[in-house]
Design a protein around this ligand. Structure first.
Ligand SMILES: O=C(O)CCC(=O)C(=O)O
Ligand SMILES: [Fe+2]
Length: 448
């Protein structure tokens, strides 16, 4: 345990491979898991608050929480899902005449250690890299899909993965769906997840298939209404895979994470459909730190944002979300049961697995495994640069090899090995010089 604490406190200011990998290791999810093992019986929200208050120091957060536990207190698990109508009623907006775009944006009231609840689609689009469509499907279609997935979810399993040297299980169950028999075989035998193979891959179901073109159309329309970012692929978004999650009861959750981009490519969009019980989707921006481990952004920008996800809502995570933000479904004390789903929530994330990111083409590490794609999220130096690294260490009993390679994409996110499409004279060779995403200049959100 001592070693874990030392690991979590490790600081590095050099531009070396070690420094980049430290950035990866110090993820909030890891810190939360570590904190949970030191101070069990507290909700993830309480642990996160403590981490935020102690600027990411696991041992300081742990000692504060342990001190607090001496005097008995009610655990501060979030109550049921919160919602408000629109932020437009709460913020004063500077005049739209004159001034820069940034100056015209409303100042959000998101402060360190606080949560800002968003419901209104305009607020969500303005203050996060997400957009939402409420009542997305005709009611009967949503209910049919929900019923189908509730039946399927009876045989969903919890994902098992390695955290430090411990084998842990995801705090919810899931499965993975693809359209064709060929894709099913490819997923089982050619793709790697957490350094190993996915066992539970299923053929797409009739209702998942029926809904897919609607999600495709809505996501492409939403993408078109936003400015293309550097590294974002301009091709049509074609969902060819779906992860389905089931959260059975208020305590089932998923910790703060960014989705892996290894097979989706940089600046990928993801369409996420929620069915059944309404839950809160928490998002927070990752604020980079400088060489001295100080936050390099607005110190107020350390709160989190909660997006209310009711039955039949489609949330679109846009380009840049996985690079610059983390998201979670936090446990709650209570939920409002859904007439069809009871205590369960179903979430379907439709994803576009890109042909040119198939593991036959991506770099291989020294263990001869296809490497995973990561991005420097925390270190100010090299912030925003993509790199490939080994993920064998996710397999119990194995460790990562020393493989490390900066990624090379052109402006459209085309990897250098896709010689037919890669534009050699692209201004971004080497993956440097990121332009800010539309949300970056806003004084919002979070990070420990
Ligand atoms: O349940 C959700 O809304 C989010 C699920 C998620 O983050 C994931 O599957 O990666
Ligand atoms: Fe996710």
């Amino acid at each position: 345990m001592d070693a874990f604490l030392r690991g979590a406190k490790r600081k590095s200011s050099s531009l070396t491979q070690r420094s980049v990998q430290d950035d990866d290791e110090e993820s909030t999810e890891m810190k939360l898991a570590l904190l949970a093992s030191l101070v069990p019986d507290l909700s993830q929200e309480v642990l996160l608050d403590a981490l935020l208050a102690k600027e990411g120091s696991v041992d300081q957060a742990a000692s504060t929480l342990l001190d607090n536990q001496m005097e008995p207190k009610k655990p501060r698990t979030a109550a049921t899902v919160g919602a408000q109508t629109s932020l437009r009623f709460f913020v004063s907006r500077p005049s739209a005449v004159g001034g820069t775009e940034a100056a015209k944006k409303a100042k959000l009231m998101s402060k360190k250690g606080t949560t800002l609840y968003l419901y209104d689609p305009e607020d969500i689009a303005e203050h996060t890299p997400c957009s939402i469509i409420h009542n997305f499907l005709p009611q009967e279609e949503a209910n049919d899909l929900l019923r189908e997935m509730l039946e399927e979810s009876k045989s969903f399993k919890r994902v098992t993965f390695k955290l430090f040297d411990n084998i842990v299980q995801s705090p919810h169950s899931s499965s993975f769906y693809v359209a064709t028999e060929a894709e099913l075989s490819t997923q089982k035998h050619e793709y790697f997840y957490y350094g190993g193979r996915l066992e539970d891959v299923r053929r797409i179901t009739p209702q998942l298939l029926r809904v897919r073109p609607k999600v495709q159309e809505a996501v492409n329309k939403a993408i078109q209404s936003r400015k293309k970012l550097r590294y974002q692929c301009p091709d049509e978004w074609m969902p060819n895979a779906a992860f389905v999650n089931c959260y059975d009861g208020p305590q089932e959750s998923v910790g703060y994470h960014s989705d892996h981009l290894t097979y989706l490519g940089p600046k990928a969009a993801i369409g996420s459909l929620s069915l059944g019980v309404a839950r809160e989707f928490r998002v927070r921006r990752i604020v980079p730190k400088d060489a001295d481990n100080n936050l390099t952004d607005d110190p107020d920008a350390q709160g989190q944002i909660s997006i209310h996800l009711p039955h039949n809502s489609l949330l679109i995570m846009h380009a840049g979300m996985q690079e610059e933000w983390k998201h979670a479904i936090t446990p709650v004390r209570a939920i409002d049961p859904h007439p069809i789903a009871g205590n369960r929530r179903i979430n379907i994330t439709y994803r576009d697995y890109k042909r040119n990111f198939h593991p036959n083409f991506t770099p291989r590490c020294k263990c001869n495994l296809p490497a995973i794609l990561r991005i420097v999220q925390r270190k100010k130096n090299n912030w925003g640069r993509y790199f490939w690294m080994c993920h064998r260490g996710n397999v119990p009993g194995q460790v990562n090899c020393a493989f490390f390679q900066w990624a090379d994409f052109d402006d459209d996110g085309i990897p250098s090995w896709d010689t037919a499409r890669y534009r050699k004279n692209s201004s971004t060779i080497g993956g440097q010089g990121l332009e800010p995403s539309p949300t970056e200049e806003q004084p919002i959100a979070a990070e420990q």
